[in-house]
Design a protein. Structure first.
Length: 350
């Protein structure tokens, strides 16, 4: 039985994490730090599935450790290790992280204060604080090196795959809604919509992680951020299609446009199938569908029916629902065209 890509990825991440933990322990031992295990613990905590996430976690841990070490050291020197001083030091460390907009570092800062002030040692507070900072720094440095050299994975690459997956899921939602309206069968999209919400949220998290990779790929990061905006607008357009047709299960006016809607549906589906793999593989050797021609054909049919007086035999609410559906389809096709133009424009690409 072939091993899946997910299984291979998990196996690689397991090995990378183990290597980082062991290597950081040896590095701390070489530096003759008294509590070398903290280097290993730090490496295990910050090691993530991609470089951007590792850098993000590393910054969080390093900042929290630095704030906690400084505050804990100051209170140890001035007031000593007593319960009252400890409580005040925890509150101050937490507050400093809030002021510096380091909310994710708050827990680490307070834990560092606790380690410095509550665990009895014979060394001076200055030495303890310095050792703790060095141990954490070594663990972080080793984790980042391992992330770079051993099966390196970057957040922006994972984001491209996530965007492609999101477009495929959006296409599935669109087809369910469009066919449901044309055939009078209400689509079941609740599970798909929930899966899409989770996927888009994960992609936004990857985009944040990719921010920490901007040192070597600033233009690529900005490009991916713009691409994410396009995907969000495409998703909003499909949601608008669903809203426009939600109460149209019994509508029949739409059946006058079956050939035109089927053609536009195929063209929009082909556009999704062009965009998704193109973003993942970064290959643009296929022709993009002519969405404008399919939209024009639908408009011509609508004009012909209005001139023939066919629309007068239908309820106004049904007609409004149909034209809301058509308007949403046009907006969806427009957003797909814009995404295609953006991808084909000359630029530095990921």
């Amino acid at each position: 039985m072939p091993v899946s890509a997910v299984t291979r990825s998990l196996a690689k991440q397991s090995v990378k994490t183990a290597v980082a933990g062991v290597a950081s322990l040896y590095a701390a031992k070489l530096c003759k730090l008294p509590e070398d295990y903290w280097a290993s613990i730090s490496a295990l905590i910050v090691m993530q599935s991609n470089l951007g996430a590792t850098v993000s976690a590393s910054w969080t841990r390093l900042a929290g450790t630095a704030v906690g070490a400084v505050v804990g050291l100051a209170f140890m020197v001035v007031w000593g290790a007593n319960v009252t001083a400890f409580g005040v030091a925890v509150a101050i460390a937490f507050y400093i992280c809030s002021v510096l907009k380091l909310a994710e570092s708050q827990r680490l800062a307070t834990v560092t204060v606790a380690i410095l002030m509550l665990i009895g040692r014979t060394s001076s507070p200055w030495t303890i604080a310095l050792h703790r900072f060095l141990e954490v720094s070594i663990g972080i440095l080793v984790a980042m090196v391992i992330s770079l050299v051993l099966w390196p994975s970057r957040a922006r690459e994972a984001l491209r795959k996530g965007i492609g997956e999101a477009l495929t899921e959006i296409e599935e939602m669109y087809l369910a809604v469009s066919r449901g309206y044309r055939t009078g069968e209400p689509p079941e999209i609740e599970t798909l919509r929930a899966r899409l919400d989770d996927l888009l949220l994960r992609n936004r998290s990857l985009l944040q992680h990719a921010t920490f990779e901007r040192v070597t790929a600033a233009e690529q990061h900005e490009f991916l951020a713009l691409l994410m905006d396009h995907v969000d607008r495409i998703f909003d357009a499909v949601v608008a299609v669903e809203l426009a047709t939600r109460a149209g299960v019994e509508d029949t006016y739409v059946r006058n446009f079956q050939p035109q809607l089927e053609r536009l549906e195929r063209q929009i589906s082909m556009a999704f199938e062009w965009l998704a793999p193109a973003i993942v593989t970064w290959r643009f050797d296929r022709a993009f569908p002519d969405l404008a021609a399919a939209v024009a054909e639908l408009d011509e049919k609508a004009v012909a029916l209005r001139r023939a007086g066919t629309s007068r035999t239908y309820e106004l609410e049904e007609l409004l629902r149909f034209y809301g559906f058509v308007l949403s389809l046009k907006n969806l096709a427009k957003e797909q065209d814009l995404a295609h133009e953006m991808l084909m424009a000359p630029r530095t690409r990921p």
